[in-house]
Design a binder for this molecule. Sequence first.
Ligand code: GLC
Length: 399
Amino acid sequence: MNVVREARKLFEENRRTTGGYQYTLPSREHYPYQWLWDSCFHAIILAGFDPESARAELRSLLSKQFKDGMVPHIIYWTPGILHLFRWGVEGTSSLTQPPMIAYAAWEVHRLDPDQTFLESIYPALLAYYRFLIEKRDPRDHHLVGIINPDESGEDNSPRFDAPLFAAPDISEKDHLALREKLVDKNTACNFDAETCMRDHFWVKDVLFNTALVENLRALGHIASFLKHADGEHFANLHAELVANAMREFLFADGVYWSATGRDYTLLRAATWGHFAPLFAGLYTSEEAEKVVRTHLLDPETFYAPFGIRTVSKRERAYRAEGYGDGFSWRGPVWMAPHWFIHHGLLRYGYKKEAADIRAKSVALLERSGFRECFNPETGEGQGAHGFTWGALVLDMADA
Ligand code: GLC
């Protein structure tokens, strides 16, 4: 398979334009809308061969920003096709997703500099990160909370079992029912973060906060380039504050965990969330060495024949397969975690290990095509077909 050619073809097939806005569907049959972190991945991928479309993707994503700065995680550009995703109010969801927008924007600019574009989206970017810092951290403790597992991007990850009161062997159907019940509660508290978090679900997620740190740094670069001193100060200050708070509240036994509630109870489900902080350089070199050797490369936990398991094989919740032909974040390999880990490993100089992840990612595409996720033990594809995330291998440099 020529991965580059296939990826470009898929992006053309999944491209849509509505009301003058251009965006890419994560999968034509399963996901016929625009999703937040998917669009950031799309922009990062497109930056390599079609920067104009990369900019268009981000412009569309920011076009439905709420007045308070929130950027919704789904835009229902053509409503009524699917009724699966009922997180909406008038055309968008009321949740957000891992805040990868500034990183994507800076990456697009890095590959194809365009000051006018950056200037045009800068106010929206700043408003979004201000929203996260101000509204999602009501106690000013410098960790940003999510109000629903779907905001993490890892909808049914066992990281959220405890706060959802879900059993390790819960089915996807029952899990979705729990999350939908939470959406009803979110709706009742008007998606007001402070009330929703206090009363229902308040997780300080490790991946979300890691992404936030790295994105605030990217926002800092953008602000500095555009000579917006206030924005630069805000971004760099909060990148550091969040990184420090993650260390204080989320670090235990040599790894980072997510935490829940007022008192930062650690959610001790061993997931690839342990590796996410490599992406933002949050481990020291010595810590990283241990994380890589004793967790990432351990075949009994994360290191599977076909990639990195999203959940340790030792967890009771671990399941190599999705449910039916559906997706699952309870074990299968996903390309976005591979991408985060690949970049994290390179950051620390683990070239061989990073190249191995890239090679495994390419092998999965060749074996099973552009599927949503993959069985780590057999390489079999699961969930959506024609799923765009496989193209992230184009942004995994040959190390
Ligand atoms: C699934 C994934 C989520 C993604 C969405 C669209 O819900 O869990 O991360 O954004 O599909 O691809």
